[in-house]
Design a protein around this ligand. Structure first.
Ligand SMILES: *Cc1c(COP(=O)(O)O)cnc(C)c1O
Length: 355
């Protein structure tokens, strides 16, 4: 199957805004392809960014049969544009699809769609330090039917949005509330899939912690309410003694982040030990108090590395590294973004430059 490319006329194209709010402006083009049972994927097109036409009975609107991905295109010093580990996003998209009983997308077609779309909208990839073109591949169930069951028709689309640096003045630590009340995901549920419902379910707790003066929530496991899982929509790492990076092992209810995986591979390369473990919140807090844990940070595509300066549990605050970004977070941030932006060597062959 080939992708039809219908570029819009040059004089109808927009331009990248100077001030970039996250996910608020969209590039000129988008990719779409359709799936019907019996027919498979068809009508793969790159064309003008447009509103979708859907039946109000479309399954996605009622039962949330939906998945998405989040990745970025980076401007390199030589002006070329690249992806970071796109194969990992493409594979995770299909794992999410399988969990939500949605059809998988051919990996080669998905990559070709990404390459052709971003190549066409090259000028939307900003070049200011720390900025990038955020890419959102999505799949929705479009069958118009209210009966519960997997849909028979789907749409896969990709839209892109230029984003500025997450941290404008260096790495700024965030304050995180450890929720004793709300849970994100349960083993056997859909926490491992990037599916919309997980995020809808987290909105209430986001409002709750914001009203308490915190910007993110740290999720504990849903069975015992005891083991650290994730921070907001990021994975979480704890640094012991300034040299050992420990992250919760993938429990079945943790989203397997590509940034998390990259930290686990990159950290030993730049002189840190790594470990995946089950982390009891009481141990974590005691180790912060005792000074054994020297840094805590979240990791994900949007922020890359997000230092955590303050954790609150049951009304008590725990300050980490004087509420400042620590050396391990900084070094990981610099090393990872160096690879992503093409200013540092790429020892793991993670970078995929678009021709
Ligand atoms: C996307 C996401 C992450 C981070 O994954 P990356 O591949 O590193 O961007 C972590 N947790 C949740 C819940 C997520 O949705």
């Amino acid at each position: 199957m080939s992708i039809t490319v219908n570029p819009i006329p040059e004089n109808e194209r927009g331009s990248c805004p100077k001030e970039l709010a996250f996910g608020a402006a969209f590039a000129d083009h988008m990719f779409t392809q359709l799936y019907d049972d019996g027919l498979g994927w068809h009508d793969a097109v790159i064309g003008r960014f447009h509103d979708l036409k859907l039946s109000p009975a479309a399954a996605v609107l009622h039962y949330g049969q939906e998945i998405f991905e989040g990745m970025k295109a980076y401007r390199r010093p030589d002006g070329k544009v690249s992806f970071f580990r796109p194969d990992a996003n493409i594979k995770r998209f299909n794992r999410s699809a399988a969990r939500m009983v949605m059809p998988e997308v051919d990996e080669a077609v998905h990559l070709e769609a990404l390459e052709k779309l971003i190549s066409l909208d090259q000028k939307w990839v900003p070049s200011e330090p720390g900025s990038s073109l955020y890419i959102r591949p999505t799949m929705i169930a479009t069958s118009p039917k209210l009966g519960l069951g997997a849909a028979k028709a789907y749409m896969h689309f990709i839209i892109t949005s230029p984003v500025g640096p997450y941290f404008k003045e260096g790495l700024n630590p965030v304050s995180v509330y450890i929720s004793d009340k709300y849970r994100r995901a349960v083993v056997g549920g859909v926490g491992e899939a990037k599916t919309g419902g997980n995020y809808a379910a987290s909105l209430l707790v986001s409002e709750d912690v914001a009203s308490k003066g915190y910007t993110q929530v740290l999720w504990l496991d849903a069975v015992e309410g005891r083991y650290a899982e994730e921070v907001g929509a990021m994975n979480v790492c704890f640094v012991y003694g300034g040299e050992r990076v420990v992250t919760p092992s993938l429990s079945g209810s943790i989203l397997p982040g590509i940034t998390r995986d990259s930290v686990l591979k990159l950290a030993p390369h730049i002189g840190f030990e790594v470990e995946e473990a089950r982390l009891d919140v009481n141990t974590i807090l005691a180790d912060i108090k005792a000074g054994k844990i020297t840094e805590v940070f979240g990791c994900g595509t949007a922020a890359v590395i997000s230092p955590i300066g303050r954790l609150c549990f049951k009304g008590e605050d725990y300050i980490i590294n004087d509420n400042k970004a620590g050396p391990v977070a900084k070094k990981l941030y610099d090393s990872l973004t160096g690879i992503q932006y093409g200013t540092a060597e790429d020892p793991f062959n993670w970078v995929h430059v678009i021709d």
